[in-house]
Design a protein around this ligand. Structure first.
Ligand code: ATP
Ligand code: MG
Length: 629
């Protein structure tokens, strides 16, 4: 079938389409109704059906492939490596579930995970799923205040944590951050379960803190049956990255999510049982939930849990892991590829990548030069995919499990099945034409796997996502895009990031893409800055592949001129940045996204605002210095 017909059927015969996809997972009790949409925009999928994420990710494969690898843990930080078959993973998840059950955790209780990338983190997620407890993973190493606000929002009965994580060879002690956070929080968890990696000694709070290793010994042989859940019960809550403002607590269901992931493994990622999936994200992000833990396992694949960076011990480490574990599907982010792009390209060809079929990239716009560089360097197709924490799986991409639609550089692809994607005029709400810019919107109901609501705040869910387009209740992605005559979408940036230069509406992304086409540029960010004459002007911040190129004022000036000329040529003089500043790094969220709003605020002399998810505040200093220097 071709993608277009597949997509059309998913919209026009929604119930039939998704009833069929439901067969990709196992149900304890069949659902009565495919979709209950009696209370728009709230969608309830597979009403009355009973299933369980842990069953579908683990137990199900005990019958067919108990000895196949399920999880490979590699830490290049500590030198540890451990592998688990489906049978072994099952044992560990059941033990973790037994510990939790022993601590009084049951259906509907919240468990907050503040964990590094270690197998116990995946055990804990799956154990919650098994028990029907709601997990809320907070990115390991988040500052105490951010963690405290998430504790207060989730009100967890139990927190699972570890002594420390490690990043770039530096141990980050989690326990002091956690203790401070619990001190700040109004709702204290009853218990804290500590995995001790022996990286950072810590103090235990008597009566509250418990050691995982000792409890595991007590529950070695316990049996914990799967708790069958109605499809619309809550599996987890998770915060968005905080790129545009304060993060939103996304709430997800059980059955719809399982089906959506199973379908995406089949149609989009094309992974097969017995193969290996390697996603370089972190379990603290939605990509980690969907494509480190649940998706690959539901698809019967082994998943790689990697604690480490793309550069240590050398810039070939990711490809070394691909070779060693015969990875067939890989998922990373443009930001990781841009890091590699600053290295010798020969690192891409030092390992046997014959097992690798496709590299998927998501999280940020994938500029054409980066896409070309990695795809040519690896000799493998690269597939961009666009989605959000809110949706849980790709909105725009190509689905080679349906049809071998060619990809286009700069475009994440076409609308995926289940998503009725429209480009709407921001003010009128009318659909814009081909090649015209508009807000990327989705006509509800959102397909299975997407957020049910904002945790604890239905009203905010409706107000935030469904009221920004005038005249109709549609879901806004708050991204800005265009569609070409063949149905390929191009994301131009956040709606907040649209620049209005003397009446011309420009996406920051277009200008960034243009600047990135210059070989000197490793990455860049463009923001709109208020200007008395033109309303706004574009101002660019560029990181160079070789910082020596901006060594002195003369070199900087020459390069700035060259970069402006590139934009002039490609987009026209209106888009030309008023300034191109050179910095050593860009301020990013911990999920690797450029914090344009903070750069913009600094450029306009304002306070940078909410920064709880920033990776390295030193990057803001560099922006400040560049502006004043
Ligand atoms: P917040 O919503 O808290 O401000 P965020 O939007 O960065 O943060 P995420 O859900 O992690 O939180 O990111 C989703 C956003 O990332 C998308 O809305 C889009 O702006 C961007 N994005 C993701 N994938 C792509 C892609 N392939 N191409 C372009 N942009 C992408
Ligand atoms: Mg967002």
């Amino acid at each position: 079938m071709d993608l277009e017909s597949f997509h059309r059927r998913s919209i026009e015969d929604r119930d039939g389409f998704w009833a069929e996809q439901a067969g990709l997972i196992e149900w304890h009790k069949p659902f009565g109704k495919v979709l209950d949409y009696s209370r728009p925009p709230f969608a309830r999928w597979y009403v009355g059906g009973e299933t369980n994420l842990c069953h579908n990710a683990v137990d199900r494969y005990l019958r067919t492939q108990p000895d196949a690898p399920a999880l490979h843990f590699i830490s290049t930080e500590t030198g540890e490596e451990r592998s688990y078959s489906f049978a072994q993973l099952h044992r560990e998840v059941v033990r973790m579930a037994a510990i939790m059950r022993g601590l009084g955790v049951g259906r509907g209780d919240r468990v907050l995970l503040y964990m590094p990338m270690i197998p116990e983190a995946a055990f804990a997620m799956l154990a919650c799923a098994r028990l029907g407890a709601i997990h809320s993973v907070v990115f390991g190493g988040f500052a105490s205040r951010s963690l405290a606000s998430r504790i207060d929002d989730a009100r967890p009965k139990l927190v699972v944590s570890a002594d420390a994580g490690s990043r770039n060879g530096r141990v980050i002690a989690y326990k002091p951050l956690l203790d401070t956070a619990i001190g700040l929080a109004a709702h204290k968890p009853e218990r804290v379960l500590m995995v001790d990696r022996g990286l950072a000694p810590f103090e235990s709070v008597a009566g509250r803190d418990l050691g995982y290793a000792a409890l595991r010994e007590q529950h070695l042989g316990d049996d914990v049956p799967v708790t069958w859940l109605e499809s619309n019960e809550i599996s987890y809550t998770l915060y968005t990255s905080g790129t545009t403002g304060s993060p939103k607590g996304v709430q997800r269901d059980v059955g719809g999510y399982a089906v959506a992931l199973a379908a995406s493994m089949k149609y989009i990622f094309c992974g097969n049982p017995g193969e290996t999936y390697f996603c370089t994200s972190d379990i603290g992000w939605v990509v980690g939930h969907s494509y480190i833990v649940y998706g690959p396992l539901i698809g019967g694949m082994a998943t790689i849990l990697y604690e480490g960076t793309p550069l240590r011990p050398d810039p070939g480490i990711l490809w070394q892991l691909v070779e060693r574990h015969r990875v067939s599907v890989m998922f990373s982010a443009p930001t990781a590829i841009r890091v590699l792009k600053k290295q010798d390209p020969s690192w891409l060809s030092r390992h046997d990548l014959s097992s690798l079929r496709t590299l998927f990239l998501a999280g940020e716009p994938l500029d054409e030069p980066t896409a070309r560089w990695i795809s040519e360097g690896l000799g493998r197709p690269v597939i961009d995919n666009y989605w959000q924490t809110e949706t849980g799986w790709p909105i725009l991409t190509v689905a080679h499990g349906v049809e071998k639609t060619p990809t286009r550089f700069g475009s994440p692809g076409k609308a995926m099945y289940g998503y009725d994607v429209r480009l709407l005029h921001e003010q009128t709400g009318e659909e814009v034409g081909t090649n015209e810019k508009g807000v990327v919107a989705i006509v509800p109901p959102l397909p299975p796997g997407c957020m049910q609501t904002i945790w604890g705040d239905d009203e905010r869910f409706v107000r935030t996502y469904f009221t920004s387009i005038p005249g109709r209740q549609v879901y806004s992605t708050f991204d800005w895009g265009v569609r070409d005559p063949d149905g390929y979408y191009f994301i131009l940036g956040r709606t907040d990031d649209v620049i209005n230069v003397a009446g011309h509406r420009l996406g920051t992304r277009e200008i960034e893409e243009s600047l990135s086409s210059h070989q000197a540029v490793a990455e860049c960010a463009v923001v709109g800055v208020a200007d008395a004459l033109k309303g706004q002007v574009a101002v660019a911040f560029a990181v160079l592949r070789d910082p020596a190129q901006a060594q002195d004022a003369r070199a900087r000036e020459a390069l700035e001129g060259e970069l402006m000329a590139v934009v002039d040529r490609q987009l026209g003089a209106v888009a030309r940045p008023a300034r191109v500043h050179f910095v050593g790094m860009l301020p990013k969220t911990r999920s690797g996204k450029v914090l344009r709003r903070a750069i913009q605020a600094l450029s306009e002399g304002r306070d940078p605002g909410e920064l709880t998810t920033i990776e390295d505040p030193a990057a803001l200093e560099q922006v400040r210095e560049a502006l004043t220097g």
